[in-house]
Ligand binder design. Sequence first.
Ligand code: B12
Ligand code: SF4
Length: 501
Amino acid sequence: MPGTNKVVLFYPPYDGPPLGAPLSLLCLASPLLRAGFQVKLVDNLIYPDYEKAILRETEDALCLGISVLTGPHIGAAVRVSREVKKLRPKMPIVFGGWHASLATEQTLSESFVDAIVRGQGELTLLELAQRMADGRDWHGVLGLSFKDADGSIVHEPERPVTNLNDLPAPAYHLADPGIYAAVSGVRQLAYTSSVGCPYQCNYCTDQVFYKRRFNAYRVERVVAELAELVPRYDIEHVPFFDSNFLVDRKRALAIAKGIVESGVKFQWDFQTSTDFLALMSEDEVRLLAESGVQHIGFGTESASQEVLTLMNKRFQHVEQMVETARKTCLAGIHVVFNIILGYPGETEAHRQQTFCIMSDIARQYSNVSFSPNIFTPYPGIPIWPQLKEMGVREPQSLEEWETLALGTNVLPWLRGEELQRLRRGLEYFLLNNQIRTITKKIPWARRGVRRLLGAPVRWRIGKSRYSFPWELWLSRTVEKVVTRRSLLTGQTLQERTHEVC
Ligand code: B12
Ligand code: SF4
């Protein structure tokens, strides 16, 4: 709408626990506000009736921007865009974020998408909004793909990755952590101290998005921002969304030291790779814990060196996983090792190796738990050409990508008996870890449970023998009995998690 300077930004619902305000939108809002634009955020968490809110807010808006990840985000983005287009056909709808950036041509071919901001969005969206406000055409905006007046698709050249230090702080004031705490149960503030990772894992698109460049805030900026934001919003927990936080270990340690010296207390966590943590000394890992790190996530993915090579993860070795577990255990930090199962080229022998080695690590170090997933081919991952040769069909529309991430197994080599055996192996791997957790909590049952269940379960994992799975039947029966008993006594039972064991 000419004469307005209002930009509406929408974060669609996703499938997972609430994580606080969407950092993407807070980052996009900041330069717009500085340049005098009005910004209205519509996050599904705060606006359960987001469709109505968007229709209301776009009445006097310059454009609508939507952040889109592969998976459930897409469904709401499509629905809302269709509605808005029907009502306000002239108002541009701009998609951005990972899915839109990695499947640009396909996304832009949808009638309700006018433009796509590829990659980092702050400067591209600002320039686009300025062009819209001035009634100028969109040619020449770096990082933008759009539909021209005749409907043809134009891809402007890439925008070089912007140094994070040249960007203003995210507009945290637009998202009251108190309101988010009411939804998520914890006062948290998502934070990114860096973007980009130098590695090139075949299943990851970080290299496509951030060009393998580790692009990080200066230490002083991180410490000063956190020391100011945490007390201002009474924050308890700060999840760092960096792709690989420990790439620059000196910087990471200086941040931890700065947090300790600031005297500001909060818990924080991050994701990284085991090669970097393994290189740290025990004292350095203790410093992380002292500064508030309670949890670290690792993309370990497999304990088979052959599979790690197939994934182009030659930088990672089993010894580093063990070192990581040992050092974090000493420091009292809980770690989750993510595991990818069913990767192209992975055999049952490789899986068995992963289950055995990972179980051994967890038996030695009680701070380790696992998050296993079946390999999902997201758009733009470098291994796509090989996947196509192996018969994986690439989704052909936004709607098809929406359902992909719902845990559907799309891998032609994981069918029938092979899939059954993978599931069985995984169930035993999880059961083994549950036994470990249970016996830790109930010391008097330790010997009996380990002898009766632990030993045969470990034997099965070691030999990959999964027929007549009586231990699984028993564990399910026990669970039912316990549930019934607790219903009688009114005792609250701990919820069983299926993802993380
Ligand atoms: C936090 C996070 C999430 C959170 C976000 C919630 C929240 N409240 O913030 C949630 C839980 C939703 C999530 C879910 C998923 N995620 Co996630 N996630 C991340 C993570 C770690 C950080 C994202 C972030 O906030 N970064 C900081 C902000 C500032 O950057 P940004 O989001 O990229 O936004 C910038 C640009 O993308 C762009 N932009 C973004 N939105 C928009 C919108 C407009 C209009 C414009 C113009 C620009 C723009 O501009 C922003 C500023 O530069 C990234 C990894 C990473 N290093 O980025 C993975 C990542 C984005 N996730 C990924 C994946 C695989 C998933 C899941 C599919 C996992 C799964 N198996 O379910 C799901 C998808 C959703 C679902 N299942 O419903 C992949 C991307 C896959 C893809 N093709 O979309 C990533 C890259 C991890 C990876 N390396 O593989 N995720
Ligand atoms: S180490 Fe992690 S972030 Fe880096 S390329 Fe591999 S999977 Fe992606």
